[in-house]
Design a protein around this ligand. Structure first.
Ligand code: 4AD
Ligand code: MG
Length: 432
């Protein structure tokens, strides 16, 4: 008798095995109980026939309630009708721990707030399981992509004295008597690290005190941020394009089953192959004007609506580059052919998902960077170390940030980012 995980059953057909997990669902018909047991790797149907088990085991199988922990021993069989599916002919059933209350999440429809309040239990559902497995695959693909291209992983700190992405979304905290912020982005640290390692990336949680409730903003989200020495904006766009195509291909290759659970239209994802279209900000404004936003004019920032209109003109992600400098963070290099424009780029995902990547080429001129810090009214002392990168062998460099949760939402086809992270932190949600 061997202990096995449900996803290993195929290797044990005809053998007697034991699985341990939780009761997902039970059906009974007199002399037969059908127990669906969930162990995290999959769900297996265990057939408990009266004549095959002790009366006590049969009685336990009759009483066991949803989400009780349970152990079933029996012979593995290939399912009669569904190829590639296995079941267990039970010889013994033991309830390890019965639930002490009725499990609150049943087959009936529950409201979003109820489910979010029970997020710690909701994670056990098929749908959440599929989403978080895809998230895992995306993160693994992200690491494999950069690790395979000579990048060094350099972890950025979470406590920082620097506002990287503007001062309006900072979470402030007391740091032994000094003011500190939870990091909005590891970018500034990656710029320093790029001078040490050439190609670097960081991957970790980042924080934004977003005051608005939207379907794509979290207070805590995970971001991967590559930074490359001697790369310009064109190189940055190409890197982002190859990166996204790689991640999408990996998910399609490794997570078909989960995409099916989510009823994701994979034909839309299969179109996500390089090259991706590139348009300038000016072209994006013209596109908006032609498509129901006659009032759009140069200088406008894009919100979710505008991004949806722009991205829906394309069947794969579109890269919009060279936004007005006025709309952008202090660290961008200006376009030498038009200093009012930033050498930046955003990648907008199709199907209305909008911005998933933001990045660009960094200001590498000492004097211009100091002037930008002053113009944005940032405290120069806090940025001294960052400016140092321009004092000791300054170099052209570029990078970007990809938000993991928006990527998960897009690839899974979810309407909201709240299901893309195990325990979301949003404007009105700190628990569980
Ligand atoms: O465009 P953002 O603000 O860029 C930066 O932070 C740069 N410093 C990155 C860099 O160049 N190294 O954020 C990058 C991405 C966005 O495109 C989006 O995918 C995600 O991070 N993001 C969020 N995701 C969820 N909730 C939020 N509140 C987010 N804010 C940004
Ligand atoms: Mg952005």
């Amino acid at each position: 008798m061997t202990d096995v995980r449900v996803d290993e059953l195929a290797k044990h057909v005809g053998e007697t095995v034991t699985v341990r997990g939780w009761l997902y669902h039970r059906r009974s018909s007199g002399k037969l109980h059908f127990l669906e047991v969930r162990d995290g790797s999959g769900i297996v149907q265990c057939v408990v026939a009266k004549q095959n088990v002790t009366p006590d085991a049969f009685a336990q199988a009759d009483r066991v309630a949803q989400e009780s922990s349970i152990e079933v021993t029996g012979v593995v069989k290939e399912h009669g009708r569904i190829k590639g599916t296995f079941e267990i002919d039970a010889a013994d059933v033991r309830v390890l721990a019965a639930v002490t209350r009725e499990y609150p999440i049943g087959p009936k429809e529950h409201g979003t707030d109820f489910l979010m309040d029970h997020r710690h239990l909701w994670l056990r559902s098929k749908r959440q399981h599929a989403i978080l497995r895809i998230r895992h695959t995306i993160i693994k693909a992200v690491r494999d992509f950069f690790d395979g291209r000579g990048f060094t992983l350099v972890d950025a700190p979470i406590f920082t004295p620097n506002a990287c992405e503007g001062t309006s979304t900072l979470f402030e905290t007391d740091y032994h008597g000094d003011k500190a912020y939870l990091t909005q982005s590891g970018q500034l640290y990656m710029e320093a690290a790029a001078a040490a390692f050439g190609r670097v990336y960081c991957f970790g949680p980042t924080f934004r005190a977003e005051k608005s409730k939207t379907r794509r903003h979290l207070a805590e989200f995970w971001m991967v941020e590559p930074e490359v020495a001697f790369m310009d904006l064109a190189g940055d766009m190409q890197l982002a394009e190859e990166f996204i195509a790689f991640v999408v291909a990996r998910v399609l290759e490794a997570r078909r089953e989960e995409l099916k659970v989510l009823e994701r239209d994979v034909t839309k994802l299969e179109r996500v192959v390089a090259p991706f279209p590139r348009i300038t900000y000016a072209e994006a404004i013209a596109l908006l004007q032609k498509n129901g936003h006659a009032e759009a004019k140069a200088g406008d920032d894009f919100g979710a609506d505008e991004e949806t209109v722009i991205s829906s003109q394309f069947d794969r992600p579109v890269i919009v580059h060279r936004y007005p400098m006025d709309l952008k963070a202090f660290y961008f290099k200006t376009d030498p052919t038009d200093p009012s424009l930033a050498l930046n780029m955003d990648m907008l995902a199709p199907e209305g998902y909008g911005e998933i990547v933001g990045g660009g080429q960094r200001e590498d001129d000492l004097g211009k960077l100091e002037a930008a810090i002053a113009a944005h009214e940032l405290p120069p002392e806090a940025f001294e170390w960052f400016v140092d990168v321009r004092r000791y062998g300054t170099f052209p460099h570029a990078g970007f940030g990809l938000g993991i949760e928006r990527t998960v939402a897009w690839l899974c086809g979810l309407p909201h980012v709240r299901e893309t992270i195990p325990f979301p932190r949003m404007l009105n949600r700190l628990a569980p």
